[in-house]
Design a binder for this molecule. Sequence first.
Ligand SMILES: [Fe+2]
Length: 458
Amino acid sequence: MDRRKFLKITGLGLGSVAVLGWGLNRFGIIGSKENYYLQGNYAPVKEIISEDKLEVVGSIPKELSGLYLRNGPNPMGSPNTKKYHWFAGQGMLHGVRIEEGKAIWYRNRLVGGDQSNTHVISHAGKIYAIVEAGGSPVEIDKELNSLSTEPFFGTLQTEGFTAHTKFDSQSKELHGISYAFPRGSYEAHYVVVGKDGRVKRTDLLPLSSGTMLHECAITENYVLVLDLSITFSLYKLGTGYFPFSWNDDHQSRIGLLDRKKKSNEIKWFNIDPCYFFHTLNAYEDTHGNVIVDAMRYQRVFDEDWNGPFTEFPPLLTRWTLNLSNGNAYEQQLDDQPAEFPRIHPNLNGQFNQFGYSLGIGSQQKPDFGRIIKYDFAKNINEVYELHEGEMGAEPVFIPSENQTSEDEGYLMTYVYDRATDKSNLMIFNAQDINLGPIAQIKLPQRVPFGFHGSWVPA
Ligand SMILES: [Fe+2]
């Protein structure tokens, strides 16, 4: 019997905590009792560990030398269980150092300050923990220590930065859309960090809606402004909740800002109400259309005020923006709920044949239980089902040194194992994820469910 059939029969085989979450929400219990996003492997870890004796099952490829880093929320105090939001916990980094195929150490460290909890990126020789909505990037060293909050050699002009940047491998620049509330009013900016690690462009955008701009995307000629249906909520702020909420009155739209002109004029495309935290990629097709692939939520932050996973499942969706007639066309590409999409790190803004994500399961069984690989040329996907009790995280693609095809490389992800209450760093051959992990590095503690990370080559 193959594993997929086995799981269907056992039903609750995967992620009973997550299953409980969906069930509770149906009865409106979430938010009034225990907080779903503080339970199970969402709960914070309290120990700060440095461990250099790591058991490895399988074989780490010899060509891998670097640091696998991931950032996520880890509230160290006693958060208000009714009002705590998954996006609001103090940042904690979990890192594994690998040298020539050997696991050297695991460490976890709190991010300095209390804000930068969402992503950790490297650019121009520096590593930064980053967050949206006004928190300053925190520079991190290769031992995971927080160094300073004067990012980009002190050249950042905006209040805070963004949770997601897009690296353009052609220009070696980093692109981001930031937003914050300086002096109490909403401001959004397009920010470009040059290949020298210094901010080279800061454009104020004509936006006043208070939209949560979690992510952006780039194409060859444009940066995409994702002005979707979550906006700032004064009511939630005033009552002590995470201050962003679903907003029926806000027209969802995708904006194109010309990267190459010195103008902040945006060409807008209205789309059906939705939100997406994460784009997989965007690019311009041979007809001059802009293609955007993202994990679309029908509604989110509406009934559940503590996090994103209990209302509607995120589904990979494509928008085609026709610049000739000004219309946007929407097409669902896959019916498997999935989040945390990743691609080859050098293909932002260009056509990508392959993409990767974490399959989170159906409404009846959300479980973070599978790794998905999409092939957009063949229009197929492959799915690797994790074992019973294992729950994955964002799969980061690491290209091989001398690539001959786009998917030649590895996927790395932390996987929580409910049986041991600890996590492993799993490494997959990206060209054959169905082989299962080719190496598993056993960690001394669990890595709570969190957000985003990067492979920083040695
Ligand atoms: Fe994100």
